[in-house]
Design a protein. Structure first.
Length: 432
């Protein structure tokens, strides 16, 4: 501004001065210089968590903590409990699983910068309300921090801008084909400390990985769970509610999605969950649904070997002999292959032509070794092994056989309702 005139007649006019903006900016000692773009989420109580020289894609949650001792015109605690009860339904009314899920959500809100290295898989029939879980999380933390897709290529394709700046990615209705095809990418993304973001026409850059993964599926085996898995938690939902009860159950849940007071109260609930003695990875619930998927992922050759060495299949004369001096068991490779083919076709109901060359490294892994052996001058190829050693490896490293807690112990006290009396022959002959 420039003053013209004096006294009462003085006026100020705006004067445009031509200058070099960049030079002026560089001379400004108070200017903010940013080193990089990153995604560094933080607890609302720790706003100084991100360094000042980083442009942070995270700018806080959409929820706020409610005013202390606020009075409500409705039973707010009942509505909070309504959502917690729905979590219970999604995990099959299992107390351990429900508490774990509550802690998982609380950890995402309280410690968003800490990657849990665990992904949740929800299996249930259509209509149970899995999507409601993510609907609520969108309201609590903000829609921009959540990405939902049924197309894994949007996440693991050449370009992946969808995962930039996300706290949660939900993969909907993952089938076994995609789950197995992308299994290594999925495992890496669950535990990787950083993400490489590749957007069209923009230079690739890396940001912190803060993504929690949730997978919804009705598929029997949507993902590959190896015996040494440390990444997955699998929940099997409860049965669908009777049709007459669904409206009264689900309508209030949908209504509360638009009630900011309920959402803020849920935010407070999860902010107050005590996580001091909780570890998301070490305290995973190993549910029956998890074990079923893991068992289905055991290579068939290992299942066959377990059945063979534990007399769990009618093999007849197996041709296995134990050598006294060697103190190992031997079986001709041709006989072993024939037994495996018989087992494979009957158990898996398949007439697949098996490639036994591919089995060698897998058998070596469980200490079943193929050797050329000369017995009394007659040469042939044999598999050589120690039954106890193989069984131990199969049980401990590959989870073959039932866990002790899964074995149902019964006495031999049965009713005789399956016995046929003397007069039943006529019934059988008549087809009754």
């Amino acid at each position: 501004m420039e003053k013209q005139g004096s006294g009462k007649n003085a006026i100020f006019i705006e004067v445009m001065v031509k200058t070099k903006f960049i030079d002026k900016w560089l001379e400004d000692s108070t200017r903010r210089t940013l080193k990089k773009i990153d995604f560094i989420p933080h607890n609302p109580n720790n706003a100084e968590f991100c360094p000042k020289n980083i442009y942070n894609l995270f700018d806080g949650y959409s929820s706020e903590l409610p005013v202390e001792n606020k009075e409500y015109e409705f039973d707010i605690e009942k509505e909070v409990q309504r959502f917690i009860n729905h979590l219970d339904l999604l995990v099959g009314n299992d107390e351990h699983s429900k508490n774990y899920l509550i802690n998982f959500i609380a950890d995402m809100i309280q410690n968003p910068q800490n990657l849990p290295a665990v992904a949740l898989v929800f299996k249930s029939k259509q209509g149970l309300g899995k999507d409601l879980l993510v609907n609520y999380l969108e309201k609590i933390i903000g829609e921009k921090y959540i990405y939902r897709t049924s197309n894994v290529e949007e996440v693991y394709g050449t370009f992946n801008p969808a995962v930039k700046g996300k706290l949660l990615v939900q993969i909907n209705e993952l089938d076994g084909k995609d789950g197995f095809a992308k299994k290594e990418r999925l495992k890496d993304s669950i535990t990787a400390e950083s993400l490489n973001i590749n957007e069209k026409n923009i230079k690739q850059f890396r940001i912190m990985n803060a993504i929690r993964w949730i997978i919804f599926s009705n598929n029997m085996t949507p993902i590959d769970i190896p015996a040494d898995d440390r990444r997955f938690v699998v929940f099997q939902g409860a049965d669908l509610l009777p049709e007459a009860e669904r409206e009264s159950y689900y309508n209030p849940l949908f209504d509360n999605l638009n009630n900011r007071e309920v959402i803020n109260k849920l935010f407070e609930y999860f902010m107050n969950v005590d996580l001091s003695d909780f570890n998301l990875r070490r305290q995973r619930p190993l549910t029956s649904a998890y074990k079923n998927i893991r068992e289905s992922c055991i290579p068939p050759i290992y299942k066959f070997s377990w059945d063979l060495f534990n007399d769990l299949f009618e093999f007849g004369n197996t041709g296995i002999r134990t050598h006294k001096k060697l103190k190992k068991s031997l079986i001709r490779s041709t006989e072993f292959h024939n037994l495996y083919t018989k087992w494979y076709n009957k158990i898996l109901k398949s007439d697949t032509v098996l490639n036994f060359k591919q089995l060698k490294p897998m058998l070596n892994n469980i200490k079943i070794l193929k050797k050329e052996v000369s017995i009394s001058g007659v040469k042939d190829y044999y598999y050589i092994f120690d039954k106890e050693e193989v069984n131990k490896i199969l049980k401990e490293e590959h989870k073959c056989g039932a866990d002790d807690e899964d074995i149902l112990e019964l006495d031999d006290d049965f009713e005789d309702d399956c016995l046929i009396d003397d007069d039943s022959d006529n019934d059988l002959d008549s087809g009754l």
